[in-house]
Design a protein around this ligand. Sequence first.
Ligand code: PMV
Length: 334
Amino acid sequence: MGDGASTVVASAPGKCILFGEHAVVFGQPAVAVAIEQRLTVTMRPANSWSVDGSALNPQKHPHIAMLKERYLGDDAPPMALHLQGDIPRASGLGSSAALSAAVGAAMAHLAHPSQALDRNQLSEIAHQAEANAQMGRASPMDTSTSVEGGIVVLSDRHETVANHAYTRTLTTPEGERRWEVHRMEAPEDEVYLVLGNTGVHAPTSQQVALVAETVSKHPERMNDILAIGTVARRGLEALTQGDYDAVGRAMSENHLLLRGLGVSSPELESLIQAALPTSLGVKLTGAGGGGCMVALTRTPKETSEAIELAGGRTLISRLGNEGVRLEPSPNNRS
Ligand code: PMV
């Protein structure tokens, strides 16, 4: 008896960009990997819609409000949402995309309990929810990685080294944007990602504007954007071959180019220096200016300790984690 039968639980991973941030804005390929850290949503029947005890408010919870409209409509029986997980917020690790993916999967299941999850539809709706919450601007990188899991490659063309999955378009305030989305699995090996959080928050929009200004003032810097694309393709090829030493070298090379573009910070540099001696490769990940760095390493404990000694908060993740999934519902306690 009680509400056990209609309680739905779903979880989705965060993401980390291995190659190509910033250059992807100019059409170059970018590679993201689903991390072990996940966000879990539990939805239980209730008397009114709520999120962690507060009334569902479209201003405060724009992703959830839009997903509810798309999947359930206005007349759906109310549910109480409870969110938990270990993806730090606002640090470039895709926590809002994981929220959209997990809530969307739970709502899709509520709407059609006997149907298998339509991942293609979910990644499209989750991308729209992200764009809607970010003034019409969002690449499908975070949402596709959170829905699909594994490794996701975004580019303005079909990349030969990864399997093309689908094309995504979005009407942004700057016009129509289009992305070719590819998917691949991470070859198995005893390698880990250590993510080091500086604790400094630098808005992505500000960092993207900084690069746009640099390139417009110094057009020759476009060569650095193209060079990031070349390094990203080389890193991707190394990934497909399971050559993690070469992946690491490409990551470090990618970082030097990002630093040259002015998107690193003293805090990031200090965590990166600390991780270098025990890593295959180290770079900032995401928009930079603060946020996180990522190290590829065979000795995650040592690398994590070195980063923490330099003042960073760390998370350890394997490569190749599962995308969004429904979790077994807890037994009814009433
Ligand atoms: O802040 P993040 O991790 O979501 O990364 C932003 C990535 C950029 O390339 C800097 C911006 C973008 O829209 O792709």
